[in-house]
Design a protein around this ligand. Structure first.
Ligand code: PLP
Length: 361
């Protein structure tokens, strides 16, 4: 089996999460049913809600379960249609697609939001805005100063949504400390299953539901909750090991040092970044060539944002950071996780150096 270094795409499910899910897969589990099966499902749903809320310092009734991080993001963005939307230029496509160019907040070369641009856009708004800025970037791992951004939003009466999908499981995520009004999280990025995610929304906010019909999730998201996946989400969140993430950063730092000394370029090197993520260019060698070579040699990594056709597009994140298009076309993303060993990172480092030396000849 290939070494899996693509945890930011999806992280392998943890055994604890699989076990918790398995208990529910064979049962009729609709938490809205009044009979004993339904009541058991309701208990599981509310237990999971409590566990997840506690882990991120939110209240249980602030959690709306959704089927994906994408759905959580879109629920937040469409939930306040009277507000003008402002999003950063480095957001995930599920956020980016909702804003026009005029509503795009710039980033500076280190990948951090241009706070002056945000303030200028907030100040020139005639009516209150909804700002959406991610906690950590999926391609570079760069972490945004959300608490500072939240202060600025408050000053101008704007609401702040924060996409924390990549941050959960890698760095502390504390809803009350961040100061955002809404937060998106997703199970499959932190050792849970596909099919469960959540939008966390402050108690005092009333949101227009994206999906309406049934009264599930206090009328904020219609559709029968996916109990097995939600049980798996709570079990995964319980076993998050942030200490191992810190250890991974040490291994990744060593990898980055070796790659840099051989001519590799690490994006956001001096910015605060996720402990598991490295976005690196091998100048003169296209991302496609690298991906194919690493794949043939048993390493699963990724590049830019692979669209649904599998074609690789130049990273909008790197372009927004002012990286030249030719260099952006030579970048790959290495993202490790809970089951990545030091040996695997060392072996990948050797593979990178070997490819670089071979192509230089
Ligand atoms: N937000 C970020 C930052 C992501 O990286 C992703 C997925 O890659 C998403 C949102 C979407 O999450 P999901 O795959 O659960 O829809």
């Amino acid at each position: 089996m290939a070494v899996y270094l693509d945890h930011n795409a999806t992280s392998p499910q943890r055994l604890e999460s699989l076990t918790a899910m398995n208990e529910w897969l064979a049962l009729p589990a609709n938490p809205s049913s009044a009979h004993s099966y339904g009541r058991a499902a309701r208990k599981q749903l509310e237990d999971a809600r409590k566990i997840i809320a506690e882990k991120i310092s939110a209240w249980p009734n602030e959690i709306i379960f959704t089927a994906s991080g994408t759905e959580a993001n879109i629920t937040a963005l469409r939930g306040f249609p009277e507000r003008k939307l402002l999003v950063s230029a480095v957001e995930h496509s599920s956020v980016l697609k909702h804003a026009g160019n005029d509503n795009m907040i710039k980033v500076i070369a280190n990948g951090i939001i241009d706070l002056a641009d945000l303030e200028q856009k907030l100040a020139s708004n005639t009516h209150p805005a909804l700002v959406s800025i991610m906690l950590a970037n999926n391609e570079t791992g760069i972490i945004q100063p959300i608490a500072e951004i939240a202060e600025l939003c408050k000053k101008y009466g704007a609401l702040l949504h924060c996409d924390a999908v990549q941050a959960l499981g890698k760095i502390p995520v504390d809803f009350s400390l961040l100061g955002a009004d809404m937060l998106s999280i997703s199970a499959h990025k932190c050792g849970g299953p596909l099919g469960a995610a959540a939008l966390v929304i402050k108690n005092n906010l009333s949101i227009k539901p994206l999906l309406s019909g049934g009264g599930q999730e206090l009328g904020r998201r219609a559709g029968t909750e996916n109990i097995a996946a939600i049980a798996g989400f709570a079990a995964a969140i319980e076993v998050i090991d942030l200490n191992y993430m810190k250890t991974l950063r040490e291994y990744m730092d060593e990898m980055e040092a070796q790659i840099q000394s051989a001519g590799g370029i690490i994006f956001g090197k001096n910015s605060k970044r996720l402990p598991n993520t490295t976005c690196v260019a091998m100048p003169g060698v296209s991302s496609e060539i690298q991906l194919i070579d690493f794949d043939l040699n048993g390493y699963a990594v990724s590049a830019g944002s692979a669209c649904s056709s599998g074609r690789i597009e130049k990273s909008h994140v790197l372009l927004a950071m002012g990286v030249a298009p030719e260099l952006a076309g030579c970048a790959i993303r290495v993202s490790t996780g809970w089951n990545t060993s030091k040996q695997e990172i060392e072996n990948f480092t050797k593979a990178w150096l070997k490819l670089k030396a071979r192509l230089a000849k």
